[in-house]
Design a protein around this ligand. Sequence first.
Ligand code: ADP
Ligand code: MG
Length: 256
Amino acid sequence: MARIFCVANQKGGVGKTTTCVNLAAALQARRQRVLLVDLDPQGNATMGSGIDKRDLTRTVYQVLVGIADFAACRMRSPNGGYDLLPANRELAGAEVEMVSLERREHRLRDALAGVIDEYDFVLVDCPPSLSMLTLNGLCASHGVIIPMQCEYYALEGLSDLVNTIKKVHANLNAELKIIGLLRVMFDARITLQQQVSAQLESHFGAKVFEAVVPRNVRLAEAPSHGMPGVVFDPSAKGAKAYVAFAKEMIQRVKAL
Ligand code: ADP
Ligand code: MG
């Protein structure tokens, strides 16, 4: 049975999508069966997986509002090798439409229930908000992966996210836990980043992943080629960090 992880942080531009796409491809390369769910109307994980969001008529939107089956919307990332439940701007409508539907927080969980045996990992790329979509991601998951930049304001935002996770754990999904914090876009030359990184380690201990993803332009270039960074340039430092992260995830899952 798959372990389901959502990659969440209500801030935009912190590396959620980059983490999802690269972790999915790196896990797939280690012979894990992977599904990536794009839960952001921006559709960046879809594009980064090599699928043009503008061409799609069936996406995660149809699955969430109950007008299409998962199987009819699932695709395969041509370069990543993993399965993808894609998204595009149509998904923005789901936010409002789901409010009046039954089991509105559990729509994704219910949709995944039938396919969970087909995968080892399901990764959910959340939008940059603590919205109904993110709530669906949290309710469907066994755990949360939190990518973060080591900046002062990152810590402030973290407490809001941790509180939301606690509430979801208490009220909607007792299985949910924080799997770990992933330091991304890290620049060891910047003293503040080192300080925040040390603070994270002392406060969250083993919840901080050992893998650290450096700031690396090859990771940023990869999406324009419709490829995960780990496929686009496996020799780049950023790609190597995501491969190390994938290995760490496989180990953590064994311990769950
Ligand atoms: P989010 O999904 O949280 O909004 P993204 O993964 O889209 O964040 O990342 C935001 C921007 O930063 C993107 O342009 C992405 O290519 C770039 N980026 C992400 N991680 C790195 C990194 N480690 N090094 C350099 N650029 C990165
Ligand atoms: Mg994103």
